[in-house]
Write a protein that binds this ligand. Structure first.
Ligand code: TYD
Ligand code: MG
Length: 455
């Protein structure tokens, strides 16, 4: 047994140092170093790495063969879509998300729906009975599924040896520990060691491994950067706890695009795939009230029509309140400043509350125009007709700027039965307007929108 060593690790980025440091030289954060007792790498570790080295030999790139059809389909089309068409054999995937968002449910459900595969679900958080209870809520296993409650890597690898799974799920990496390292489960050195062990297992055996990871308060993966470098894909499961909608995104994907996203709804019997989110999001609209506008946004490559709601009221206290749910707060302040300057509103004396319906978070800049119009609508207390939707970015001078893939947004708006879509004048060059069953309204500046809606 090697001698125990002590190291200091940065909580934020995993930087390793032999002495305590006030400021991390890697990420620049202050006061982030924790001491961990680490054992020097062991014999097992060295053997396996030597083995990997001895098998490798350089090959001309033209001679490298792989089979495109070899991806493992999970029978959950939203999950497959985010991964770029299924799980690549030998890949190591990390699924992150806040506690209670549904990570365990998602992977258990995906595992249950996989046909004719032998799977091993290792949980460090729940007992076998608890996993079974959850599985009973969700559905029947379609393949051969094994569950085990275990936290020690050595024993997990014994179970793997016995079961010989075709897919391995670890729930969660923060609860797993290796005996070779003295520090407790969830510490940086444990996470790094265990992730590396599973990566090596995945690469040598060709069995894909799905790891669940926790997210810290500030929204990053706990023990994060160290893991993000090792794994092949980082998926994030997000959504508002109070709403049913959940979004699965790829933050990193070595085998596919990070633009795709999967949408689910949490129900009492597990997660339901939502192939057509706009229809659900819009059906809950109350169509006669002011302060509501529909935006034709794109999430990844999918059009999603989202309702933006605003409430503008006189500020009761000296400093006006601002609140944004699902929208960047600084962007809201910027849009308010533009509206104040260009549309002559005294928004400085008003409280402004903004909410994206359905608990979604939107980062597509095309939502700007709907945000601005919903604020204006609430301010003058005139509703925007429910047959209008919009897609444009707003510049600092109040100019209405073009957005990407406008044809796709217009076509989807027509399909959903909208009568008018507001877009930037610069977006319509070369566009055959008669092709679409919808009136395309062109705007140059935000005043145009104001005039068309409320004058
Ligand atoms: P869970 O998968 O345990 O979350 P995580 O692993 O990310 O911590 O999901 C927990 C929540 O999901 C819990 O609040 C209950 C809810 N849930 C349902 O609404 N329906 C279901 O069928 C299941 C299994 C869970
Ligand atoms: Mg869980």
């Amino acid at each position: 047994m090697a001698k125990a060593k002590r190291y200091f690790f940065c909580r934020e980025c995993g930087y390793q140092s032999s002495s305590w440091l006030g400021r991390c030289p890697e990420c620049g954060k202050w006061n982030t170093f924790d001491e961990e007792v680490v054992q020097a790498s062991t014999q097992v570790f060295k053997q396996s790495s030597n083995q990997a080295i001895s098998q490798s030999a350089p090959v001309r790139i033209e001679e490298v063969k792989y089979d495109e059809t070899v991806r493992i389909q999970t029978h959950c089309s939203e999950f497959d879509r985010v991964l770029g068409g299924g799980i690549v054999p030998g890949s190591l995937l990390l699924l992150g998300g806040e506690p209670g968002i549904g990570k365990s449910t998602l992977l258990l459900q995906t595992a249950l729906s996989m046909q004719g595969k032998r799977l091993l679900y290792v949980s460090g958080e729940e007992s076998e009975q608890q996993i079974k209870m959850r599985a009973d809520r969700i559905g029947k296993p379609q393949g051969e599924m094994y569950v085990v409650s275990e936290t020690a890597t050595q024993r997990i690898f014994e179970h793997i040896e016995a079961v010989k799974p075709e897919l391995l799920i670890i729930d969660s990496i923060q609860t797993i520990s290796s005996e070779e390292i003295d520090s407790s489960a969830g510490s940086i050195s444990q996470i790094r060691e265990c992730t590396t062990l599973f990566q090596r297992y995945a690469k040598l055996s060709g069995v894909p491994v799905l790891l669940i990871g926790h997210i810290t308060k500030d929204g990053t993966l706990a023990g994060p950067k160290v893991m993000e470098h090792i794994v092949d894909a980082v998926l994030q499961f997000e959504g508002d706890q109070n709403y049913g909608f959940r979004i699965l995104r790829a933050l990193k994907n070595r085998f596919g695009s990070t633009a795709e996203l999967g949408i689910f709804e949490m129900q009492s019997d597990g997660l339901r795939e939502v192939p057509n989110p706009s229809e659900i999001l819009l059906s809950q609209r109350d169509e006669t009230l002011s302060g509501s506008a529909v935006s034709a946004t794109l999430e990844g490559a999918r059009p999603i029509f989202i309702e933006v709601q605003s409430l503008v009221s006189s500020a009761v206290y000296g400093t006006p309140q601002r609140n944004a749910n699902g929208f960047d707060f600084r962007r809201l302040s910027m849009l308010l400043a533009v509206l104040e300057k260009r549309c002559g509103f005294k928004l400085g004396a008003k409280d402004v509350f903004l909410n994206i319906a359905g608990g979604l978070r939107v980062s597509d800049p095309a939502i700007d125009l709907a945000v601005a119009c919903s604020i204006l609508s609430s301010n003058v207390d005139i509703p925007i007709p429910p047959t209008i939707c919009m897609a444009a970015e707003m510049g600092l001078n109040g100019e209405i700027r073009p957005v990407t893939r406008v044809e796709q947004r217009i076509a989807e708006a027509g399909r959903l039965g909208f009568e008018k879509i507001f877009v930037s004048r610069y977006n319509t060059k070369g566009l055959d307007k008669h092709k679409y069953p919808i009136e395309i309204v062109e705007l140059a500046v935000i005043e145009d929108a104001f005039r068309k809606l409320f004058a």
